[in-house]
Design a protein around this ligand. Structure first.
Ligand SMILES: [Zn+2]
Ligand SMILES: [Zn+2]
Length: 750
């Protein structure tokens, strides 16, 4: 008898794929079997019509390839069956963590359901995955659920192909699943939750209602949770050392609750409700409202994504702050013992295998309605990781290590790039350790032997020295890649471009004999030629200027104002103390600890300082974000970009500051000038790129931290410029660009 052997790759384990195949086969009267084989799913079927079913796979499935072969066999199958898994998996095709599906929400709410009010309810179509999977095949033993033995009722569902929880490794119920525990360190209390009454949950919510801060164990680590009111949020800022101003994310019960605090479009609502349940940056209803949460005109918001979140809103009918419990740029906290200085903890017994932060995205709308809007990542983690990104070029296998901040690495093989979750800064020991352990885990999971290791050209990064160590371990060469080249190559990777013109507007990164960050490159394959850049600006005190926007401003102003004029300006518009004026002048005239930069981020810093918006970058990109927030929606001024021709095309920035000074003196509004800064940079960099692109009919791409800016990127989108939409435009996306440059260098991508 003739049979078809169908081998499927992709994210197909842990998503209800086998029961789906089973149901579809039975429906079509097909005989044979389906099984997990290593990381793949193998089907033997009497007819090929089963392939039609793959057009509508289960919601969490992601099919990357289907191979079909025919063979003859004397075997006959009595109907269709699901058989035991075999083989070890060597793939990273885990599903990402996902939301709670509608069916599970209905059961959670249904009084007579045996999981009524149970905070760990999930099924094959929903719930955590990546954060709790150790390795493939996706069997209970390989997950954080291995220590919980199923009760009889759960086992029946688990083994019954007709059940919504057939082989759902997250299956649990009140009788057999992880327990919730509330710890009150002040009163020395520990309440193990009674599932009938949810008393531990109620006690935790009571503390939140009383304006306390409670650490809540979630999917990928601990959140700190409190009411979104001023008093608890100020307390929270005190707890999170160094988090003076950085906005916190807010969780709302539903879109109704969101409508009370923010505006959102239909597309944004759809993103909020998507299975990934990201934090979405949306405009506040009232720009100055909830200043204590966000000093910007925007808010990061998300909807509940676990049953526990839904249940919390039964007790708390108000928006909640949900911020990761770790210090800024440090790894997420996953153990109760790491929660130092927190009095109240709502924890549970399921471990976190892979730490995973909430993802953050933002929708940028072009002014031209005929153009498509862009959905940009500020952080790509929970809900998206470890889904691969398809890229052109099959070999060699590349490990790309990214940069230093907001870091992620990428494993690239067989035309797929697997990015790690957001790993934070590797400047701290904990960050370096987290980076190493996540890297080792992935290398092991995919039996990965890199043939090339790509890293940033800056030798000061932890990842650059790690590259050397890995190179000797794997006997692979190291390729060091200029920071902004990697940024623009990340966009090229997403759209399979090889020859293009790239605009990078970013914070400061090591360039050739200078600090770059506002660059236009003409790229052919793996090589780039710098064709233009922003005018060079002195950074007074070197890197210290990145923290202190007024230093950048002084450097720029001193380029076209005499000392006397500067002193005069300072009397009208107090920016500096007398001592500062003296010291900065001395430093500049002696060239003491001065670096020159073309960074767009630093330029935005200076503009924010001039407009009195920001004196200190207490978090990365703060000044630029305040400038974006302050900018008027509609442009009032336009200043023709001044571009100087020489070895490079240089966008002059002194005319911009001279213009702003004039207008400020004439009483112009800061909002209108803030807007002008964005338009000037966008138009100037674009026109340099356009000149280079037109000559050779090349596509223009735009990347770097500034590509998260709604006005600069909005301008670019209006002109058909491509931006990152699968990886962050900031440093979290560097690894994809590095890997892609490696591919084009070694293989040549068609
Ligand atoms: Zn479900
Ligand atoms: Zn059970």
């Amino acid at each position: 008898m003739e049979f078809y052997r169908i081998v499927i790759s992709g994210v197909i384990q842990g998503v209800g794929f086998r029961p789906f195949v089973y149901r579809e086969a039975v429906k079509r009267g097909i005989t044979g079997f389906v099984m997990n084989k290593g990381s793949r799913v193998e089907i033997v079927a009497s007819r090929s019509s089963i392939l039609e079913a793959f057009k509508n796979p289960p919601p969490l499935a992601y099919i990357s390839s289907v191979r079909v072969s025919r063979f003859s066999s004397d075997d006959a199958y009595d109907g269709f069956s699901i058989i035991e898994s075999s083989g070890e998996g060597n793939s990273y095709d885990f599903p990402p963590d996902s939301y709670l599906c509608e069916d599970c929400i209905a059961e959670l709410r249904h009084g007579s359901d045996r999981r009524h009010g149970y905070y760990f309810i999930t099924c094959t179509n929903c719930g955590p995955r990546f954060s709790m999977i150790n390795s493939l095949p996706y069997d209970r033993l390989n997950t954080a659920m291995s220590k919980f033995e199923m009760c009889e009722e759960c086992r029946y569902e688990y083994e019954n192909p007709g059940s919504r929880r057939y082989h759902a490794q997250t299956i649990a119920c009140r009788n057999c699943g992880p327990r919730l525990v509330f710890v009150d360190k002040i009163n020395g209390l520990s309440i193990i939750n009674d599932p009938e009454r949810n008393d531990a949950l109620a006690a935790a919510c009571k503390k939140i209602a009383e304006r306390q801060i409670v650490a809540v164990k979630g999917v990928g680590g601990f959140h700190l949770c409190c009411l979104a009111d001023k008093e608890p949020v100020s307390m929270l800022r005190g707890l999170k050392m160094g988090r003076l101003h950085k906005p916190f994310a807010v969780m709302v019960r539903d879109l109704d609750m969101l409508s009370g605090i923010a505006d959102y479009s239909e597309e944004e609502a759809a993103l909020l409700k998507s299975p990934a349940r990201p934090i979405l940056v949306v405009k506040k209803k009232e720009p100055r409202a909830m200043k204590w949460i966000s000093e910007l005109d925007s808010l990061g918001v998300m909807l509940p994504y676990t049953a526990l979140h839904y249940l919390m809103f039964d007790y708390l009918d108000k928006p909640l702050i949900m911020t990761s419990a770790n210090l800024a740029e440090h790894p997420l906290i996953i153990e109760d013992a790491e929660l130092i200085g927190i009095d109240y903890v709502l924890t549970h017994e399921r471990g976190v295998v892979n730490r995973c932060d909430d993802s953050v995205i933002k929708v940028i709308t072009p002014r031209d309605e005929a153009r498509e809007q862009a959905v940009v990542f500020l952080r790509r983690s929970r809900g998206f990781v470890p889904l691969p990104i398809r890229i052109a070029g099959n070999s060699p296998s590349i490990l790309a290590l990214g940069g230093g901040l907001k870091n992620a690495f990428a494993v690239i093989k067989d035309g797929q790039a697997y990015l790690s979750q957001h790993l934070g800064s590797t400047a701290y020991i904990q960050g370096g350790e987290f980076f190493d352990s996540a890297l080792r885990r992935m290398i092991k999971a995919v039996c990965f032997k890199p043939e090339l290791i790509a890293c940033d050209a800056n030798p000061a990064y932890y990842t650059s020295s790690l590259a050397d160590r890995l190179a000797s371990e794997f006997h692979a060469p190291v390729m060091r890649i200029q920071h902004h080249h990697a940024h623009v190559a990340g966009v090229a990777a997403e759209y399979s471009l090889t020859d293009y013109v790239g605009i990078a507007a970013d914070g400061a990164g090591l360039g050739e004999q200078a600090v770059w960050g506002g660059e236009v490159f003409d790229v052919s394959g793996c090589c780039f030629k710098r064709v233009g850049h922003l005018e060079q600006m002195p950074m007074i005190g070197g890197d210290a200027a990145a923290l202190k926007p007024r230093r950048m401003l002084y450097g720029i102003l001193s380029g076209f104002l005499s000392n006397k004029e500067l002193a005069g300006l300072n009397r009208q518009l107090p920016l500096y103390t007398e001592a500062e004026l003296r010291v900065f002048d001395k430093q500049l005239s002696q060239g003491f600890n001065i670096a020159l930069t073309t960074s767009a981020g630093r330029l935005l810093d200076a503009a924010a300082a001039l407009l009195g918006l920001c004196n200190r970058n207490t978090y990365e990109g703060r000044a630029a974000m305040l400038l974006e927030s302050a900018a008027s929606g509609k442009p009032v001024y336009r200043l023709e970009p001044v571009i100087e021709k020489g070895e490079f095309l240089v966008l002059k920035t002194t005319p911009l500051f001279a213009f702003m000074l004039d207008k400020l003196r004439a009483g112009a509004s800061r909002q209108e000038l803030a807007r002008l800064v964005h338009d000037y940079i966008a138009e100037g960099l674009y026109s340099i790129a356009e000149k280079a692109a037109m000559r050779q009919h090349k596509q223009i791409v735009f990347s770097g931290g500034v590509a998260a800016n709604r006005y600069v990127t909005g301008f670019m989108l209006d002109r058909g410029v491509l931006v990152n939409q699968q990886v962050p435009c900031g440093d979290g996306g560097l690894c994809l660009g590095q890997g892609y440059i490696g591919l084009t260098a070694v293989e040549g991508v068609d």
